[in-house]
Design a protein around this ligand. Structure first.
Ligand SMILES: CC(C)(COP(=O)(O)OP(=O)(O)OC[C@H]1O[C@@H](n2cnc3c(N)ncnc32)[C@H](O)[C@@H]1OP(=O)(O)O)[C@@H](O)C(=O)NCCC(=O)NCCS
Length: 273
């Protein structure tokens, strides 16, 4: 990383993945080094490096198709919070998104939403992170899903193409793309739990059946980020052993240029949308 002075914003490089991971781990987030490597290679990651301390804050902008971008990995180490660092870094992301004529989206934690609201982001929906404890290892096999189907259905659910990101997530060691009864889902490694999403299905019942089958086919803790306004689906998951962990507020900066034509029952995680 190229530190200039104690408060300058720098562009982080792939070699900064370990330092960035230390920040997300401090916040007890689930991202692993592979997540950071992808942001550092495919997006723009702004950072603040303090002399003699190292990396103290980050924010990433990941370009998506059709004039969209996702902002994520907004992190400030605990001892440097409430000094305006997140505001400066997200401002840098907005400036870059505007320069590239992109609408910026993000999924905010409650603390993050307090920062972004002041910067002109508007709420567009809610997500809810749910967790399932490790199930007994029955290891029921599941059919493999089709990658092209995932890309097409994800495109209908988000309103834009996310092939490159999905290819990256599907291609990682430990990732599984599974399908059953009109539903398809991606499961990938995280730092402390496996993450399920995107989860795309014709209806809530088939989405819930696939999630139940995934629980039976994994023997580790699982996380999934569902539509926070879909109370029927959330109740169904709660009855199946999932518990609500934390809310996220989906927010947008700029005009929406997309129309989703199908529901997503779980997203790709707050960092990817
Ligand atoms: C959320 C986070 C990035 C904020 O970073 P920060 O550098 O402290 O934020 P800023 O100093 O730019 O805050 C700007 C304003 O946002 C609001 N704000 C920031 N953190 C807040 C919090 N925890 N609770 C309520 N309001 C908050 C305040 O209005 C603040 O202005 P003030 O300090 O003058 O009152 C930081 O707390 C953090 O890393 N948290 C853990 C990870 C996380 O939740 N990241 C956000 C992901 S979406």
């Amino acid at each position: 990383m190229a530190a200039t002075d104690s408060v300058a914003i720098v562009h982080l490089q792939p070699g900064d993945a370990a330092a960035a991971l230390a920040l997300s781990t401090e916040a007890q987030w689930n991202q692993n080094e592979a997540d950071w490597r992808f942001f550092l290679a495919s997006g723009i990651v702004f950072g603040i490096v303090e002399r003699d301390v190292g990396l103290i804050a980050t924010a990433a902008l990941l370009p998506y198709a059709q004039g969209n971008a996702w902002i994520s990995m907004v992190l400030v180490t605990a001892s440097r919070q409430r000094r305006g660092l997140a505001t400066r870094l997200v401002d840098a992301c907005i400036e870059e998104a505007t320069r590239q004529s992109r609408t910026a989206w993000l999924d905010a934690t409650p603390a993050g939403a307090a920062v972004y609201g002041g910067l002109g982001f508007t709420p567009t929906g809610r997500m809810l992170r749910m967790r399932h404890a490790a199930a007994m290892a029955t290891k029921v096999p599941l059919l493999a899903g089709d990658f092209e189907e995932l890309v097409a259905r994800d495109g209908r659910a988000t309103g834009f193409d996310r092939r490159a990101m999905l290819q990256e997530l599907c291609g990682r060691d430990g990732s599984r793309l599974v399908a059953q009864g009109g539903a398809i889902a991606l499961i990938r490694d995280g730092r402390s739990a496996r993450h399920v999403g995107p989860l795309l299905a014709d209806d809530a019942a088939s989405a819930a059946r696939l999630l139940a089958a995934i629980v039976q086919s994994e023997n580790v803790a699982l996380l999934t980020d569902v539509n926070g306004d879909d109370h029927g689906f959330i109740d169904n998951l709660t009855a199946s052993g999932w518990s609500a962990e934390r809310p996220f507020q989906r927010m947008r900066f700029g005009r929406s240029n997309v129309t989703a034509s199908a529901p997503a029952f779980a997203g790709a995680g707050p960092e990817y949308g």
